[in-house]
Design a protein around this ligand. Structure first.
Ligand code: CO8
Length: 258
């Protein structure tokens, strides 16, 4: 029997890990992988014991893009019916933080998959890129939208129009990567950071994520109003009372997510 194309693990308290597992195809995102990522993300979103999610691949590839062999002969209507935007929406709408742990190639849909996450930890020899033009298409998972919004028009154009790959250092300098670590440390670092986040009050974490993401899509004034209302709303939570009481009483807080 074939190994499952996506595997889940629980590497630390409060942390769910989703691993893309198609090493023979450089973790190309075929329909099954996309379906499973969406499925496990939904499952972890609904599971209160998971507070932060790590999405990763293997040492050679995070994901080398959509599966070219699976789409080479597809018709327009087949592509439409595949509804590729579903997986992106599930990640984007996930209220819990998602950390991409990237080793090796993150290309095309793989680079877009990383960009849909909230934090990107990359190995020193990770390679990013949107090489879609080289095979006669354009990025389809946010590469023409999230990429320029993250790094600016001129840096993004330089890569989406040539299809050139770029390394972890360039990605970090452009603001596409949160942290670079030695290749062998990528997953460990992502799990440690996820565990750190998992210990924090989940409502405050989720509201922080929502405020950043919704705010990025709104005017500054609207974003600031959203932030203020969210801050005020959190004063209704037990975790706010506990967090502040613990600080004043000089003890470790016990957060319940209420
Ligand atoms: N699709 C299908 N198979 C792939 C893919 C892919 N994207 N990438 C690699 N493979 C396969 C190869 O065909 C090869 O299979 P086989 O052994 O049967 O010949 C195996 O993986 C190993 O690949 P290589 O021998 O090429 O390995 P290298 O280490 O020499 O090179 C690279 C690795 C650089 C990653 C190279 O394989 C490559 O350039 N891959 C294609 C990258 C690419 O063009 N990606 C963009 C795809 S299009 C896309 O992502 C559009 C997104 C649209 C929305 C998506 C929604 C999810």
């Amino acid at each position: 029997m074939n190994a499952p194309a996506v595997i889940t693990e629980r590497p630390a308290e409060g942390v769910g890990l989703i691993r893309i597992n198609r090493p023979e195809a450089r973790n190309a995102l075929n329909l099954e992988v996309r379906r499973l990522i969406g499925h496990y993300l939904t499952e972890m979103t609904d599971d209160d014991s998971v507070r932060c999610i790590v999405l990763t691949g293997n040492d050679k590839a995070f994901a080398a893009g959509a599966d070219i062999k699976e789409m080479a002969n597809a018709s327009t209507i087949e592509m439409l019916l595949r509804g590729t935007q579903k997986m992106w929406r599930t990640i984007y709408a996930c209220p819990k933080p998602v950390i991409a742990a990237v080793n090796g190639f993150a290309l095309g849909g793989g680079c877009e998959l990383a960009m849909t996450c909230d934090i990107i930890i990359a190995g020193e020899s990770a390679k990013f890129g949107q090489p879609e033009v080289k095979i006669g298409i354009i990025p389809g998972g946010g590469g023409t939208q999230r990429f320029p919004r993250t790094v600016g028009k001129y840096k993004a154009m330089r890569y989406v129009l040539t299809g050139d790959l770029f390394g972890a250092k360039e990605a970090f300098d452009m603001g596409l990567v949160s942290e670079i670590v030695p290749d062998a440390e990528v997953e460990k670092r992502a799990v440690v950071m996820a565990a750190q986040i998992a210990e924090l009050p989940p409502l405050a974490i989720q509201q922080t994520k929502e405020s950043v993401i919704r705010g990025m899509d709104a005017s500054l004034e609207t974003g600031l109003t959203l932030e203020t209302r969210t801050l005020q709303m959190l004063f209704a939570s037990q975790d706010q009372k506990e967090g502040m009481a613990a600080f004043i009483e000089k003890r470790k807080p016990k957060f319940t997510g209420r």
